[in-house]
Write a protein that binds this ligand. Structure first.
Ligand SMILES: [Zn+2]
Length: 503
């Protein structure tokens, strides 16, 4: 395929932002964690054998009649309330008609002009600044099935010999949360997009309505991006990058689209209104299908479902169950943990809040939890381009390693090597310590031998200590630690050394 002008080039992000202001709109789909599907009783477990969780309703067989999942509606209302939305007193489902092989009914049951929740707002914090995001709507719909294309090089339909379809996901309840246009300073746009999706993840997790696993597709983001010349009020043509599935990718995809669209405009071209695919490996987007505002989905009210009319009493009952709002919770945790503003900002920016909460709940002091999550683990996540919660090392492992540090079996340096082993999949902390020979030497006689060697090798230092400069003993501790290859508890060495030198 010859790349079109629309795929040809990018400009530097700073150059793009010097000339254009980005405008974004974010659509987030969240799969609810209901036990059954939105309109039938089929189970919703992830990873079941293909087509084992289907029935006449979610397969769209003639004569099958859907019934609304009450828990699905309840979750939708909770999400709406948490996003400060108004909750409709009466709303209907609508059929969105289009043909897609993984949608067995040939229409998606969704909501159109009568969403259950609308006119809300929320806030995100980036670099200490708070940005308000207006929420257009949150509506209920159902997920589609999943196609697997066989024979193509990249698993895409292009070049495939045939495709397989799994309808287990068809009919799983989804809430689509749509923002109004987001206009923030250009150099913050991508970070605000990331912070928004990250904040939504935390919020939805706190609400208990979804398992919000971006890696399993239960939280997915479509990012609409357009550019307008700086100072202009005329909106540019937007593209919609579909199904971006990590926080980091949201930030990268928005940045990429800004630089690509700027290149198109600078070379005299026109940005095409289209959907685009995000490529995690190469960090670019490529053209999907053209999309016009006039796409005719022939929406009409779903005749097989009764309208949803949540009573005000029910809505207020649900409002009373909402967990504390994320900013309030953050302030409370900061106080409980004794973190400075700067430390808390690092935690939020590093998406480490939830891992630290979970680690502290396992009995680890907050400072230690922060040290590991923002140190070794953040570095590993960064290097491998993953989100922290996709590393395969969780709060339980962090708590286990910290327990060994507290017991004196490991020091920080050795603990870091245990994390290295955990990240490399070498087994449990105990197995890694065994395999790599990482345990601290707690045997006093081995330490005393090393101390004797250090004293013998450094008579000048001993001389200084004896002449009334006890601080000089630090050099001896260093020598002992080196002798022990770091596998000694420095505090213990200091204590034994001080006893020996009589200080
Ligand atoms: Zn079903």
């Amino acid at each position: 395929m010859t790349p079109s002008l629309n795929d040809a080039a990018v400009v530097e992000i700073s150059d793009a932002l010097a000339q254009y202001d980005p405008v974004m709109g974010l659509e987030v789909h969240v799969e609810l964690n209901t036990k059954s599907k939105m309109f039938c009783g089929c189970p919703t477990e992830f990873g079941a054998p293909p087509n084992s969780q289907t029935c006449p309703v979610c397969l769209g067989l003639p004569g099958a009649l859907p019934v609304v999942n009450r828990r699905g509606v309840e979750s939708a209302i909770k999400i709406g309330l948490a996003l400060n939305c108004e909750i409709a007193e009466w709303c209907r489902f609508a059929r969105k008609n289009y043909f897609y092989p993984d949608m067995p009914k040939n229409f998606q049951t969704s909501q159109y002009d009568e969403p259950i929740a609308f006119n809300g707002w929320t806030e995100v914090v980036v670099d200490g600044e708070t940005y308000r995001i207006e929420i257009e709507r949150a509506h209920m719909e159902e997920d589609t099935g999943k196609s697997t294309h066989i024979g193509g090089a990249t698993g895409r339909i292009h070049g495939a010999s045939h495709s397989l379809v799994d309808y287990n996901r068809a009919g799983i309840p989804l809430i689509e949360i749509v923002t109004k246009t987001i206009e923030v300073p250009g150099d913050k746009a991508a970070a605000v997009a990331r912070a928004y999706v990250s904040m939504l993840r935390d919020l939805l997790f706190a609400l208990g309505v979804s398992d919000v696993r971006m890696d399993q597709g239960s939280l997915r983001c479509d990012a609409n991006v357009s550019l307008k010349p700086r100072g202009s009020s005329t909106l540019g043509t937007r593209t919609e990058t579909k199904n971006v599935n990590s926080f980091r990718s949201v930030e990268r995809a928005v940045t990429y689209e800004i630089t690509r669209q700027a290149a198109v405009l600078n070379s005299g071209g026109k940005v095409l209104q289209e959907t685009r695919h995000w490529h995690e490996d190469t960090g670019i987007t490529t053209s999907g299908r053209e999309k016009s505002d006039a796409d005719d989905y022939r929406y009409f009210p779903e005749p097989d479902l009764v309208p949803v009319a949540p009573s005000r009493e029910w809505v207020e009952e649900l409002r009373a169950t909402l967990p504390e709002a994320p900013p309030v919770r953050r302030a409370r945790l900061q106080k409980e943990w004794g973190f400075t503003d700067l430390e808390m900002r690092d935690v939020i920016n590093g998406n480490a809040l939830e891992p630290i909460v979970a680690t502290v709940e396992l009995g680890v002091p907050a400072a230690a939890a922060k040290k590991w999550w923002l140190g070794e683990l953040a570095r590993a996540a960064n290097e491998s381009g993953q989100d922290l919660d996709a590393l395969g090392v969780g709060p339980a492992e962090v708590a286990e390693v910290q327990k060994l540090v507290d017991e004196g079996s490991l020091n920080d340096k050795l603990a870091r090597q245990v994390f290295e082993g955990l990240l490399a999949g070498e087994g449990t902390p105990a197995e890694i310590i065994e395999k790599r020979g990482l345990a601290l030497v707690s045997d006093d006689s081995a330490l005393l031998d090393a101390i004797d060697r250090a004293i013998a090798a450094n008579p000048d230092v001993v001389e200084k200590v004896n002449s009334g400069k006890p601080a000089a003993a630090g050099a001896l501790i260093g020598a002992v630690m080196k002798d022990m290859r770091g596998q000694a508890d420095a505090a213990k060495v200091r204590q034994l050394l001080n006893e020996k030198l009589g200080i």
